[in-house]
Write a protein that binds this ligand. Structure first.
Ligand code: ATP
Ligand code: MG
Length: 383
């Protein structure tokens, strides 16, 4: 019987999780980022952590939060601002996060619950394990927000507040950054804040634009791709510990993933699924895994592509081929350089492309497509 037609035996799931945040001990690499964040957080500093989607921001912050809590008996409040819908929603999410953060300490828990209950005239109610805030139409949320944002200062334990997808705050509640700033400044040294975001370009604008409340107010921790030298042993070791061998195929996998954490885990998962216990991967396994990867992401790629204008599509192709959409003499489809430059900025804001750290001598800014599977999809469409 050929290997192709062999029935797949029932087996455990792979050790490569590629959906959602990882457990703190499951991360590959990120030792330097963890140590840097822990140092800043222990000093009560304000930090930004920017990286494109699925680079591992939430996983890293979970690890940092867990270690900070363990080592310093700290409280960690995690507020996710994705899809935020205005000031009342911010108040709801912040108060809920604070209630969760304090729920493990019996005395603190009742103090917090009493404190929140005393805000009922502002539309605050305790709901299940969370908090619901309903502001009267046209009500000024200022006093309520000040009362809530002051809560972390009132405890005698170190505190970390993580605001994930921070860039959503500005869009959903333009005054929010200004309201928050006063509290963050007042709590500097006592309460650490981490602002994380998956649109580095938009997040950066919050700290680099003179008109914005947090202009030059944060320390930056860069979160890039995972180096091959960490990825290869990290992935290879997981194959081994589950009685599989990625063999020589691992090099091709790591090279295709190009340091993209989620894509590396996704490809490793698919390759693992091709193997039975005790088996070593060969090119046939890898071809099948790759084929499944392409099928799996095809809809996602079509959705990304069809949401772009023709100019943005052209810019994406140019960036993929040449590292820039505005190569001299490299215009496409009769589009002007300024149109392509605008489209390139849009792609950057959407974090579909990212700036390459070190351009060559005398080169202008250079970019690359963030998702290596999108790059591959573009190659295939061309072919
Ligand atoms: N250090 C890492 N080691 C191994 N895999 C990682 C690492 N960081 C991220 N990943 C992979 O990326 C996936 C997404 O991680 P996570 O949710 O933390 O990223 P994120 O940047 O917060 O994503 P999003 O932008 O969607 O919120 C994980 O399920 C895992 O497969
Ligand atoms: Mg996340």
């Amino acid at each position: 019987m050929s290997r192709r037609s062999r029935e797949r035996p029932v087996r455990r799931t792979s050790p490569f999780r590629f959906e959602g945040p990882l457990e703190p001990d499951d991360l590959i690499g990120r030792a330097a980022e963890t140590a840097q964040l822990l140092d800043y957080v222990a000093e009560g500093r304000t930090v930004s952590l920017a990286a494109p989607r699925r680079y591992g921001k939430t996983s890293l912050l979970r690890r940092v939060g867990t270690r900070f809590a363990d080592e310093h008996d700290a409280l960690v409040a995690r507020v996710d601002l994705l899809g935020l819908d205005g000031a009342a929603d911010f108040a709801t999410r912040f108060a809920t996060a604070w209630r969760r953060a304090t729920s493990g300490d019996r005395r603190l828990r009742s103090t917090v619950e009493r404190g929140l209950a005393s805000l009922s005239s502002f539309g605050v109610t305790l709901a299940g394990v969370g908090v619901q805030v309903r502001l009267e139409r046209d009500a000024d949320p200022g006093s309520l927000l000040h009362a809530l944002l002051d809560l972390p200062r009132q405890v005698a334990r170190p505190v970390l507040v993580v605001l994930d997808e921070f860039q959503a705050l500005h869009a959903a509640w333009p005054d929010g950054e200004g309201v928050l700033r006063g509290h963050v400044q007042e709590q500097l040294g006592e309460v650490a804040y981490v602002f994380a975001g998956s649109s580095p370009h938009l997040l950066e604008a919050a700290f680099a634009d003179r008109g914005r409340a947090f202009y030059q107010q944060v320390l930056r921790v860069p979160l890039g791709r995972l180096p091959d030298a960490e990825l290869a042993p990290g992935l290879g070791g997981r194959f081994e510990s589950t009685d599989r061998d990625a063999g020589a195929v691992l090099g091709g996998l790591v090279s295709l993933a190009a340091g993209h954490p989620q894509r590396a885990m996704f490809l490793a998962h698919l390759l693992w699924e091709e193997l039975v216990a005790g088996e070593r991967a060969d090119d046939e396994h890898w071809d099948r895994a790759l084929q499944r990867a392409r099928t799996w992401v095809a809809d996602e790629m079509v959705a990304v592509w069809s949401a772009l204008t023709p100019a943005q599509q052209a810019a994406l192709r140019q960036v993929h081929r040449h590292g820039t959409a505005t190569l001299r003499g490299g215009t496409s489809g009769g589009l002007s350089r300024s149109t392509l430059a605008g489209a390139q900025e849009y792609l950057l804001r959407q974090a579909l492309i990212e700036q390459v750290e070190r351009p060559g001598p005398r080169q202008g800014r250079r970019f690359r497509v963030v998702d290596p599977l999108l790059g591959q999809w573009l190659d295939q469409r061309r072919g």
